[in-house]
Design a protein around this ligand. Structure first.
Ligand code: PEP
Length: 253
């Protein structure tokens, strides 16, 4: 049993209509066994309020959003604020997912503002980082991820930083069926933890949950999660099937 908080977050992305989302959440709630692992359902916005009602009272089960806006409110057509998320009981917000960085041009600077907004509202960021295949092939992946973390998080006080969850997601492994090897994941997670220790001290670094994301499934989760610095996963495709998602949750130690 690991001492650090283990977390499995399911990122539904832009999948499941209202009825399908309800069905999936109900199945997860019915079948999830009580454990110390925190489980976060990061659904599309339309599901959050219903899923939050369905999970109310179930211990260690939370809802998460996949994004939020950096301003409080106003004329930002199509956007959602942290207060809106908070008002339906959301606990976590994924920030800096590579799809947001790439398709919606989210910069490090913007993400730092979103991190602040989420924390100020009393919500918890799941901050994503990760490199493209080009960067991995050039062997500059560790410096790249370090730069993302410094730019997005290192302005935080120690008190605020303690609320952050980090998700390392190599872009070449997201939705591709190609997973980082357990050694590749462990090497990066250890490097991230060392970076955190250099800024916030060993104790804070030791207490930070660092999740792995990128084609995690029922078959590979156990070996990835067994790595000493891997504290669970951020799961995309495999979070859309209750069976597989639960197998992944149960693979945490
Ligand atoms: C993700 O979207 O965060 C992700 C890791 O996706 P997948 O598990 O499908 O690779």
């Amino acid at each position: 049993m690991k001492t650090r908080q283990q977390i499995v977050a399911g990122n539904w992305k832009m999948n499941k209509n209202y009825g399908e989302g309800r069905e999936l959440a109900l199945e997860i709630v019915a079948r999830l066994k009580l454990s110390d692992t925190k489980v976060v359902l990061c659904t599309p916005f339309i599901h959050l309020s219903l899923v939050q009602e369905l999970i109310n009272g179930v211990s260690n089960l939370y809802t998460g959003a996949q994004n939020c806006h950096q301003e409080d409110k106003g004329a930002y057509t199509g956007e959602i604020s942290v207060e809106m998320l908070k008002s339906v009981g959301v606990s976590y917000v994924i920030l800096g997912h590579s799809e947001r960085r790439e398709y919606f041009a989210e910069s490090d600077e913007l993400l730092a503002k979103k991190v602040d907004k989420v924390l100020a509202a009393g919500l918890l960021p799941i901050f994503c980082c990760g490199e493209s295949l080009d960067i991995r092939d050039a062997d500059t992946h560790i410096a790249h991820v370090e730069a993302q973390i410094k730019a997005g998080l290192f302005h935080l006080s120690a008190e605020d930083f303690a609320k952050v969850v980090i998700a390392y997601e190599p872009i070449w492994a997201i939705g591709t069926g190609r997973t980082a090897s357990p050694e590749q994941a462990q090497d990066m997670h250890a490097a991230i933890r060392a970076l955190l220790a250099s800024k916030y001290g060993a104790e804070a670094a030791d207490a930070t949950s660092i999740l792995y994301g990128g084609s995690v499934n029922g078959g590979n989760a156990a070996v990835l999660f067994a790595q000493p610095d891997v504290d669970g996963g951020l799961v995309g495709g495999a979070s859309l099937k209750a069976d597989e998602f639960i197998t992944i949750v149960e693979a945490t130690k």
